[in-house]
Design a protein around this ligand. Structure first.
Ligand code: SAH
Length: 234
C-alpha cells in the first residue's frame, strides 16, 4: 500500500521541493509514496481567481474563504477518502514523532496550507480539519510546514531509510534525546573520541549511550522524561 499525500496550496511550485531528492525522491520512483500539489486558485469562482477576502470585524490582512477551500477539499478528498485532513496552523497541536508514526502507518494525508492571516474558521469546523503546528513561531505560509510534516512521515515509510535500526535509537523514538555521535579522526583539535566507544565492549557502549541520552534529556528536555516516565540514572 502506498502513502498518498495531497497538498492544497497557493504555491504548488514549492512542491515536491527537497522531497523530490535523495531517499524521499527515490521512494516516489519506487511507488512507496506519491505527492500531488493542487492549486487552490483552480477552485475560485471569479475571473480574478480570488481565494481570500478582508476579515469580518476588521483588522489587517486577508482571510482564505471557506467556500473556495471547501470546493478544493471536496474535489481532492471526496466523501469516503480515508485520509486525515490536516491544516498546517500555528494554533494546532504541536507535531510529535508519535503522530508522525501514526500518519506513516496510514493511507496518506490531505494537507491544507494557509497563507495571509489564515483560513475562515468555518472550513476548519465544517470539514473537521486536524490543525497541526510545527512549532511556536509564525511562518508566512503553511507550505514549509507541510514539507516538514511530510519529510518526517516519508522517512518512516517501509524501505525508505536504508538502515532501519538507526530509526529506533533516534531522538524521541524512545522518549529520550539521542546520545552524541563520533567518527574518525580519532583525535580532532586535541579532542579524542570517548574511550568506551573504541573499547569494542558492546554492553559497555550501550550503557554509555543510554546514560548520555538520559543526561542530555534531563538537561535539555526534562518534559520528555516526565511524559514518558523514563527511569533516571543517578
Ligand atoms: N495569523 C495567524 C498566522 C498566519 S501565518 C496566527 O496568528 O495564528 C499563515 C499560515 O502559515 C497559516 O495559516 C499556517 O498555514 C501557516 N503557519 C504559520 N506558522 C505555522 C506553524 N508554526 N506551524 C504550521 N503552520 C504554520
Amino acid at each position: 500500500m502506498s502513502f498518498r499525500a495531497t497538498v492544497l496550496t497557493l504555491h504548488p511550485e514549492m512542491f515536491p521541493g527537497h522531497l523530490g531528492l535523495s531517499l524521499a525522491g527515490r521512494a516516489v520512483e519506487a511507488g512507496t509514496w506519491s505527492l500531488e500539489a493542487v492549486q487552490i486558485r483552480d477552485f475560485a469562482t471569479d475571473r480574478h481567481r480570488t481565494v481570500d477576502d478582508t476579515p469580518a470585524g476588521g483588522g489587517a490582512g486577508m482571510v482564505m474563504r471557506a467556500d473556495i477551500l471547501a470546493r478544493a477539499i471536496d474535489h481532492v478528498s471526496p466523501k469516503g477518502d480515508p485520509r486525515p485532513r490536516i491544516l498546517m496552523s500555528p494554533r494546532g497541536k504541536p507535531l510529535t514523532q508519535e503522530r508522525v508514526r501514526e500518519l506513516a502507518a496510514g493511507p496518506g494525508a490531505v494537507i491544507l496550507c494557509g497563507r495571509f492571516e489564515g483560513v475562515d474558521q468555518r472550513i476548519i469546523d465544517a470539514r473537521a480539519l486536524e490543525e497541526i503546528s510545527i512549532g511556536d513561531f509564525i511562518l508566512s505560509g503553511g507550505e514549509p510546514a507541510a514539507l516538514v510534516l511530510l519529510d518526517a512521515v516519508v522517512r518512516l515509510l517501509p524501505g525508505v531509510m536504508g538502515n532501519e535500526v538507526s530509526g529506533d535509537e533516534e531522538s524521541f523514538e524512545n522518549g529520550l534525546l539521542e546520545h552524541p555521535h563520533y567518527t574518525r579522526p580519532q583525535e580532532f583539535e586535541g579532542r579524542a573520541i570517548p574511550e568506551v566507544l573504541t573499547s569494542g565492549n558492546h554492553a559497555k557502549i550501550a550503557a554509555w549511550r543510554r546514560e548520555q541520552a538520559e543526561r542530555l534529556t534531563r538537561a535539555r528536555r526534562p518534559d520528555l522524561l516526565a511524559a514518558k516516565n523514563q527511569p533516571l540514572v543517578k
